[in-house]
Design a protein around this ligand. Structure first.
Ligand code: CA
Length: 230
């Protein structure tokens, strides 16, 4: 699966340039020309990272970043701000408002791509690697294979996505609603009990043969991949 990058920029030539170079570098690219459209697109389909221009018509990039940080389901979304302002004070203001990194215009596409890769490596390490693992669970993303203690584990597509999400954020507790949003997608309306059903199936597959349960149920909060009780 290619990482999905959303570019928010009102200058068409810059969008074209960035799209061309990001696609060549192996990313999937979406584009929004203003802040409102960006916020709508972020809710529709969660990007892996947002490249956000500071100077946008109507809503400024800073305001868009603030709103992304305010929503519980996007508050950890990686954001790189683009700006013509090179002043240290502005850089700090951008980072204060939740940007993860900052690229000053004019920049070369390869410089931006290097920053995108660095932020993804830091914040979404699983995206830049072929294998994600936790304890004795290994997931080969390219081959779509899961093993535990070296033994193959067969998972349905939903359980696979669920496990992948948990493996990408070990130790973090996700509510059923958050899991529905990220694993099932924004446009599906399902009862939160659906999550319990798939977690149960995932546990059955992973724990076959009496292996310790690495998925922790956090009362009235949700689930996390966490070996602390195991
Ligand atoms: Ca602009």
């Amino acid at each position: 699966m290619k990482p999905y990058i959303l570019i928010v920029e009102d200058e068409a030539p810059l969008i074209t340039l960035l799209r061309y170079n990001l696609e060549k570098a192996g990313f999937e690219v979406g584009e929004a020309v203003d802040g409102e459209e960006a916020l709508f697109m972020v809710r529709e389909r969660r990007p892996d990272l947002v490249v956000l221009d500071w100077m946008l018509p109507s809503l400024s990039g800073i305001e868009v970043c603030r709103r992304i940080r305010r929503l519980p389901e996007t508050k950890n979304l990686p954001v790189i701000m683009l700006t013509a302002r090179g002043e240290e004070a502005d850089r700090i203001r951008g980072l204060d408002n939740g940007a993860d990194d900052y690229v000053v215009k004019p920049f070369s596409p390869s410089e931006l791509i290097a920053r995108v890769r660095a932020v993804l490596r830091r914040l979404r390490p699983a995206l830049s690697e072929e294998v994600v693992a936790y304890r004795d669970i290994k997931m080969d993303l390219a081959a779509h294979r899961v093993t535990r203690e070296g033994q193959p584990i067969h998972l349905g597509p939903t359980e696979f996505r669920l496990l992948r999400h948990l493996l990408e954020h070990p130790g973090r507790v996700f509510s059923r609603e958050q899991l529905l949003d990220t694993v099932w997608g924004q446009n599906v309306y399902l009862e939160s009990r659906t999550v319990d059903v798939h977690v149960r199936r995932l546990r059955q597959a992973l724990n076959a043969g009496d292996r310790p349960d690495l998925i922790r149920t956090v009362r009235s909060a949700g689930y996390s991949l966490d070996a602390s009780d195991a």
